[in-house]
Ligand binder design. Structure first.
Ligand code: GLV
Ligand code: MG
Length: 356
């Protein structure tokens, strides 16, 4: 057992002190690029300022023979590019692979001061976070870093989902969790072959109509596709909220289906997620749109807050009862709008135009 008093002590002599609160930096789209792919690497500087997070991916989707080139490419990009307001994250290889150790021992000394968050895939339990936590502290101390690196876990194994609360609680470095629907589907033995999104077979059907006392089982009946990911996202959101860290939807693989991508992202947003992955530049725009509260919602939220004065009691607005609890929901919306306004001048203008 570890004393609560030690929780915020650095795990290596000379490592920076852990943060007491995870900074609420906008991260609506986490845009993945392969740092070993010269075409993708060349586009990175143009994306700075247009996306909240750029993530150099070293794990799945990078071929085994290109792992070293990807890591070296990320070092080069980290050193050469000025990321300005955009965060730089990486996804390292999984801890059971032969590459994870090299990823960390290469990246932290070389560009540890440029990296904000290290995404760790296939996290199974607190023990995986503890391993990374100590190793990062040793590497930070050796490199003389002043700011602690944060850790983001991908929830993509059944064991990881079962242990989601302890993963979030495992270290003050924990920044957030992403749903990894593709690996999670495989690990759970779900019968899907897609990367995220829904499935037409996962549905509910309206009851069969009655006719003359007979149930018409063969009649046309409406069906409604259900969300395969609802349970996992809801668990993830609760675990993250409980520990003051941030939940994200992961990848949506059908790049051409922008409508379904937007729906999936919006479900995640409404349930409490703050962002999603982008696998193609056009998904950046979708995520930025979906994970920014609408101008109408922000205007309404400001009206409710203004009407409730000190935030207690009840009032009727447009025929609806608003009270202390609705003010708290509205404050979530307005706080997010303010955070986004700080980095997105267009949004600021739109939100300011509807100032209550
Ligand atoms: C992401 O890594 C996934 O497996 O969906
Ligand atoms: Mg995965």
């Amino acid at each position: 057992m570890r004393s609560a008093k030690d929780f915020f002590a650095p795990l290596a002599v000379g490592a920076p002190a852990p943060l007491r609160e995870v900074p609420a930096r906008p991260s609506r789209a986490i845009h993945f690029f392969d740092p070993g792919n010269p075409k993708m690497a060349a586009k990175v500087p143009d994306l700075v300022g247009h996306v909240d997070v750029l993530l150099g991916n070293l794990e799945d989707a990078v071929k085994a023979e290109n792992k070293e080139a990807a890591c070296a490419g990320l070092v080069r990009i980290g050193r050469e590019v000025d990321f300005g307001p955009t965060q730089l994250w990486t996804r390292i290889n999984s801890l059971d692979s032969p590459w994870a150790l090299d990823d960390l021992t290469t990246l932290v000394p070389a560009i540890g001061d440029k990296l904000d968050v290290i995404m760790v895939p296939k996290v199974q339990g607190a023990e995986d976070i503890h391993y990374v936590d100590r190793l990062l502290a040793q590497l930070e101390a050796k490199a003389g870093l002043e700011k602690p690196l944060l850790v983001h876990a991908i929830l993509e194994t059944a064991r990881g989902v079962a242990n989601v609360e302890e993963i979030c609680a495992a270290s003050p470095r924990m920044q957030g969790l992403s749903l990894g629907p593709a690996d999670l589907a495989a690990d759970r033995r779900m019968k899907t072959t897609r990367v995220g999104g829904g499935h037409p077979g996962y549905l509910v059907r309206a009851d069969a109509p009655e006719d003359g006392g007979q149930t018409q089982y063969d009649a046309e009946r409406a069906t409604y596709q259900q969300d395969l990911w609802h349970y996992t996202i809801a668990r993830m959101v609760d675990a993250c909220a409980m520990h003051g860290i941030y939940p994200y939807y992961g990848p949506f693989g059908d790049i051409a289906d922008e409508v379904a991508c937007e729906d999936q992202f919006r479900n995640a947003f409404l349930l409490g997620c703050v962002g999603a992955w982008s696998l193609h530049p056009k998904q950046i725009a979708i995520a930025n749109r979906v994970f920014s509260p609408s101008v109408e919602d922000v205007a309404h939220a400001r009206r409710v807050i203004a009407a409730l004065g000190d935030g207690t009691g009840a009032v009727m607005l447009d025929g609806k009862m608003e009270d202390d609890a609705s003010v708290k929901q509205c404050q979530v919306m307005v706080t997010l709008a303010e955070q986004l306004s700080e980095i997105d001048p267009e949004l600021r203008k739109m939100y300011d135009e509807v100032q209550a």
